[in-house]
Design a protein around this ligand. Structure first.
Ligand code: 6LW
Length: 511
């Protein structure tokens, strides 16, 4: 039986939402305080996903400045109705929903509209287009009487498609299958006249689970599907390679199959660094309702291909960025806003120019920093960096970035006498520790980080010798240690009062 490998989107891509138009599937994932925000992917076969663009690609759309890396844009839903694509998303501040935005587009590659702010509280908004043409908005929020119902409430209001405003009464729908657990990530579907409310419970970590309720009328009452949880790995032991499964969205393919996209993680000895990734799970509709992973009862790293899919894509191809095009590719992200004034590519033979900014990686602004997701645990990342303007207060180089308070930098700088130097710095709880330093023979060096199950090992080559600068254990960068919702990103940065560094190339080589 031909198979594909899960995850179908590796690296930090949480909270997947999916829709289909004809033969084309579109998927959106969370982006938090990274910019551009809300990446949109396209796939014909559900297995091979290509980036199309971003919903948020102008700072006017959503303010992200000042936010923690794990706040910002959480858990969007993408839907298509009569020629228009809709994305709803909650923006979080201090780990609480603070605003709900609705974007529209006729082309999912963009441009997407400026947002409409919906009068909604909570997080994890979703839209359901009923077959009578009405549209229903659902989300989760704190329950009014948590002692009675449990902490979370799924609620609904109608969305007026003319005015794009919520209208009519709010309906409380459901409090989850497991009393006491927080319920979130609702999506509504209709199958054979029955409304299915599918949600996540237990939090996005080890106890994450998919549960369901059903109703004959869209506004309820909803009755818990007693089979809940319908999908979870909370009962799996340490040998299970996939954990924290939940937060699903369903799609029916043109061939008539149903598949779910779910988030899950791949821990190593109890910690994961790549973030929450997108897994594809077969679903079978039965008279009892949806059955997830009907053969295995769990999410597998190797799964049968969807009907019509031919070959599984390779996901371990090395990538070399020469930065000679006019712009960075869609996988390159900055923090909280654009860095066009500080990071530019394509000008002459220089590669990527990084204009130093005083804003450090520990700030909640927009440092001179661009990064891409780490998608493989075993990896070599290298950058050839030239920095002739170095002083002790300026540095530019390679960063392994988990969050604002927790990252490492391998930077080219200078000592007090102006001699070029490469310094490895670890930052924990925002406090920097110098872990290694070496004088180098040239102001152009190759900076290398090797990542594997044990840790990240840093090295510099200055043309005459290769010098190790130290290692940091892998778990240091894990979500279990760092908290929050994001995975590791690998990036290029420049910090200082002024000066300019050139990154000739950057290589990302899965081992
Ligand atoms: C997301 C929610 C969640 O909105 O994490 O713990 C949030 N659960 O479903 C951010 O990914």
């Amino acid at each position: 039986m031909p198979t594909f490998s899960n995850p179908v989107l590796a690296g930090s891509h949480p909270d997947p939402s999916i829709c289909r138009v004809g033969e084309d599937h579109y998927l959106v994932t969370s982006s938090f305080a990274y910019y551009p925000g809300l990446p949109v992917f396209h796939s014909r076969d559900l297995v091979d996903w290509r980036p199309l663009g971003h919903v948020v690609d102008r700072p006017s759309q959503v303010p992200l400045t000042g936010l923690d890396v794990s706040d910002g844009l959480w858990a969007a839903t993408i839907r298509h109705h009569e020629g228009t694509f809709y994305v709803v998303v909650a923006a979080a501040r201090a780990r609480q929903g603070s605003a709900t935005y609705l974007f529209t587009a006729t082309d999912p590659a963009g441009p997407w509209s400026e947002p409409v702010v919906l009068e909604a509280e909570g997080i994890d908004p979703s839209l359901f287009f009923d077959d009578d043409g009405r549209c229903w908005f659902t989300a989760c929020r704190d329950a009014a009487e948590p002692a009675v119902t449990g902490p979370g409430e799924l609620w609904m209001r109608e969305l007026d498609l003319e005015t794009l405003a919520l209208t009519g009464p709010a309906h409380a729908l459901w409090y989850g299958a497991m009393r006491g657990a927080w319920v979130e990530a609702p999506h509504l579907y209709k199958r054979d006249g029955v409304y299915w409310l599918i949600a996540a419970e237990g939090g996005t970590e080890h106890h994450h689970a998919v549960s369901a309720a059903r109703a004959d009328t869209v506004t309820g009452p909803y009755a818990t599907d007693p089979r809940s949880p319908l999908l979870t790995h909370r009962h799996r032991g340490a040998a299970e390679p996939v954990h924290n499964v939940g937060h699903v969205d369903l799609v029916e393919t043109a061939a008539g199959e149903t598949w779910a996209v779910a988030l899950a993680v791949r821990p190593i000895e109890g910690t994961h660094t790549l973030g929450r990734e997108v897994f594809l799970v077969p679903v079978e509709w039965t008279p009892r309702g949806p059955v997830f992973a009907p053969e295995a009862g769990r999410v597998r790293l190797s799964e049968r291909l969807p009907a019509g899919a031919t070959a599984a894509p390779r996901r371990d191809t090395p990538v070399r960025y020469a930065f000679d095009g006019p712009a960075l590719g869609p996988e390159w992200l900055s923090l909280r806003g654009p860095v066009d004034d500080r990071v530019s590519c394509g000008a002459g033979p220089g590669g990527l120019t990084v204009r130093l900014s005083p804003e450090p990686l520990t700030s909640t602004g927009t440092p001179a920093f661009v990064a891409r997701r780490q998608q493989h645990v075993r990896l070599r990342a290298r950058a050839r960096v030239r920095f002739a303007d170095a002083t002790p207060a300026r540095q530019a180089g390679l960063a392994v970035f988990q969050n604002t308070g927790r990252h490492a930098t391998l930077g080219l700088t200078a000592d007090a006498s102006g001699t070029p130097q490469v310094v490895l710095t670890g930052v924990e709880a925002g406090v920097a520790t110098r872990l290694g330093a070496v004088t180098v023979a040239d102001s152009e060096v190759v900076l290398t980080v090797d990542s594997d199950e044990a840790g990240y090992t840093f090295r510099v080559d200055d043309g005459t010798r290769s010098t190790p600068l130290g290692s940091i254990e892998r778990a240091f960068f894990s979500t279990e240690r760092a908290g929050g919702f994001v995975g590791v990103h690998l990036g290029l940065y420049g910090v200082g009062d002024s000066g300019e560094a050139q990154v000739r190339w950057f290589e990302y080589t899965p081992a």
